[in-house]
Design a binder for this molecule. Sequence first.
Ligand SMILES: O=C(O)CCC(=O)c1ccccc1C(=O)O
Ligand SMILES: [Mg+2]
Length: 381
Amino acid sequence: MKTINLKEVRLHHINVSLIAPFTTSFGTMENKDVCLVEVVDESGVSGWGETVTSNEPYYNEETTETAVYMLKDFFIPRLLHREIGHPSEVHGMLEFVRRNNIAKAAIETAIWDAFAKKNGLSIAELIGGTKKEIESGKSIGIQESPEVLVKKVDQYVREGFRKIKVKIKPGADIEYMRAVREAFPDIALMADANSAYTLDDADHLKQLDELDLLMIEQPLAHDDIIDHAKLQKQIKTPVCLDESIHSYEDARKAIELGSCRIINIKIGRVGGLQESKRIHDLCMENGIDVWCGGMLETGVGRAHNIQMTTLPNFTIPGDTAPSSHYWTEDIVTPEIEMHNGLIRVPDGAGIGYEVDPQKLAKVIRSEERITSTETPHPIPN
Ligand SMILES: O=C(O)CCC(=O)c1ccccc1C(=O)O
Ligand SMILES: [Mg+2]
């Protein structure tokens, strides 16, 4: 296969507004700065990635600004003007910096896209994904009342979504989930707590067991796998980990401890597609189901999610919903569309969607072109 050698990295700083505010147990998101990372190979082929951050470090420790800083001072200088034999090598090349996984993933995924395009393949084909369409789920933020929530669920079920995920927090949990389950006895339904509880809430959370939920996502602390293992022994509802899993090693330990039965894989959270695939494979060997989480991505991040979800152990519908559920206009052509709850995997090379320059121009704040490896920091070879 043709190798990659980056001659330039373009940072497209954009600002995008969600069509409606999205509320989780840690806050409300409405508008965010995002950095689109475009890597340009010496052949002229380019590839796209996205910082799936927001402006505040409330989901994890990264923000868009910290991700841009890490990219400019460390990751771009490490990767420019070097022969990259295969994108699976990039994660290792960035391991000299600990964590900062969303920043790493932004450029790693861009290199997957460029490499795939240069070789005339889709990313799915490169990683061995075979699905031709993926099932789409809808993640619903915390609503003002169970009645309002039920109305939203009704709308999304009619639209065809294959899974409904409801954000919960203390004071907006059991009653809300029960209302949805009573109205829709048969839908695939789950809750996401974003770390809003402690092990002292085990008896409270046990009330969810009668609602036949697919899972409860990240009920306990963002950095915990011990208490989650204890909780899983006390409740029947499968525990799914999101925030606690940053790497293959984290996944291995969580599986060994029995901290979860399901893992939500987010390319950004684990530092890229290569690490995502390793976690996917590990889970498959161990009978742990996985699904692809969402970070309110633009079309670029969303396209990467679609490519990854073609792998066989993505057995549960993910949070990757169509563009129109987030943006009045997405930046990619065509927009990501859903029919009958399914998103068709595009045939094209790389991510299979094109960033549209005219749409990009409407949300752009500034652009930078980086061609030099100069940086104030010592960078390993
Ligand atoms: O992209 C989506 O639709 C899902 C959004 C979502 O649930 C989410 C969005 C931002 C940060 C964390 C999460 C989460 O899965 O916990
Ligand atoms: Mg989550």
